[in-house]
Design a protein around this ligand. Structure first.
Ligand SMILES: C=C(OP(=O)(O)O)C(=O)O
Ligand SMILES: [Mg+2]
Length: 401
């Protein structure tokens, strides 16, 4: 019933104005799914390979499409994703590109859901999913690789952990974003926005912490529920291997000092979430920090784990973290992303489903988070490619798909 009739690939615009891969999957029974690959800027060294979009399209047309058309069934996600792996023949999707793979994988899932007449989250997660919603982590102030001349820490993330429902949580994050904008105006600090729509003022990290604390308190009072905040440090971008130190402009910190610094920040600001506080190769320092603060905060591996079960397994064995960021395009298929989530949950690691800095209007990750019962989703705060996911979460909760 869901046999794939055609897979069409093209390049479309992403939010940075770069070309990215879009896939259309049609089934013989008339089902249709469309999905587009996102793209990172602060990418992890161990991610699956994103090829230049046109190259990825050409390679997938040659190697993957013939294995899918007339052969694979869209509703059999494992079969589709195994066909993508077989077509690629490498362990990092360097033949067809993880960008082609993930676009086809997600489009097939949507085509399968279309034929079955089920919302995507239910097709992926089953009948018992759709009652829990992830808390959105909202990027409010940012710099690093996402904006020039802004904070060293890549993302300051509002975390409305006390929100009674997903809609209130989404609006609370937007309110924190707006409040930070007002506070910046009051201080006479001009601010453009970075790649994910977060404010990107030329201020110190210390000032950003002050602003976050003030804005979160204000919005917490207005909304009447608990709002905390967290960080994506993107430590691999700060780490300089030659100096063996974390470089924050004129300030450098040794690994020991970095662990101390982050532990102090967790204490001082009650951070509920710290992503990539250390370099992507340093399981040991991750473990040291997790040992110190893992009972109070999520220590999340993004570049550390790259949604890869082998790297996650190593992290679990070494006690490196207690949370994993899940980005389907880091690993190339929805099946691989689900495997990472399942291994995480079995090992009491909290999965956090995430967007990339380069995005499209594709909202698959909203469905993935609900399907997998992920407690958190990181998908920005404002801006059309970010609200595409946030509004989809609101629609899922409203059963208005
Ligand atoms: C979303 C992120 O940024 P990018 O997509 O640039 O890796 C991140 O680092 O978590
Ligand atoms: Mg990150």
């Amino acid at each position: 019933m869901t046999r794939i009739e055609s897979v069409r690939l093209r390049t479309v615009l992403d939010s940075r104005g770069n070309p990215t891969v879009e896939a259309d999957v049609h089934t013989e029974s008339g089902g249709h799914g469309r999905a587009a690959a996102p793209s990172g800027a602060s990418t992890g060294e161990y991610e699956a390979i994103e090829l230049p979009a046109e190259e990825a399209v050409a390679a997938a047309r040659e190697h993957a499409v013939p294995r899918l058309e007339g052969r694979a069934f869209a509703a059999d996600q494992r079969e589709v994703d195994q066909a993508l792996h077989a077509a690629d023949g490498t362990d990092d999707f360097s033949t067809i590109g993880a960008n082609s793979a993930v676009a086809i994988s997600m489009a097939a899932a949507k085509a399968g859901a279309d034929v079955l007449g089920a919302p995507l989250y239910q097709h992926l997660g089953g009948a018992f999913r759709g009652r829990n919603y992830p808390v959105p982590l909202g990027n409010v102030i940012g710099g690093g690789e996402h904006a020039a001349d802004a904070t060293h820490i890549q993302e300051f993330l509002a975390a409305p952990v006390g929100a009674p429902n997903v809609r209130d949580a989404v609006f609370a994050n937007a309110a924190v974003h707006e409040t930070v904008g007002e506070l910046l105006t009051e201080r006479g600090t001009p601010a453009a926005k970075g790649d994910e729509g977060a404010w990107a003022p030329s201020i110190s990290d210390a000032e950003a912490f002050e602003l976050m604390a003030e804005a979160v308190d204000e919005v917490e009072d207005a909304f009447g529920f608990d709002i905390e905040f967290g960080l994506d440090v993107a430590g691999a971008e700060l780490y300089d291997a030659d100096e063996d130190a974390y470089v924050y402009g004129d300030t450098t910190r040794s690994t020991e000092e970095q662990v101390e610094y982050i532990a102090d920040l967790v204490e001082e600001y009650g951070l509920v979430y710290v992503e990539d506080p250390l370099d992507e190769d340093d399981y040991e320092a991750f473990a040291e920090l997790t040992d110190r603060v893992g009972d109070r905060t999520l220590v999340c591996g993004d570049d550390l784990f790259v949604t890869n079960t082998n790297r996650l397994q190593e992290g679990i064995e070494r006690g490196a973290a207690n949370s994993i960021l899940v980005k389907p395009n880091q690993i190339g298929t929805l099946s691989d992303a689900f495997d990472a989530i399942e291994l995480a949950v079995e090992s009491s690691y909290t999965p956090v489903v995430s967007h990339r800095s380069g995005e499209t209007e594709d909202a698959t990750i909203a469905h993935l988070a609900v399907a997998a019962d992920a407690p958190f989703i990181k998908t920005g705060t404002v801006g059309g490619e970010r609200t595409a996911k946030l509004n989809e979460l609101i629609r899922i909760a409203d059963e208005a798909l």
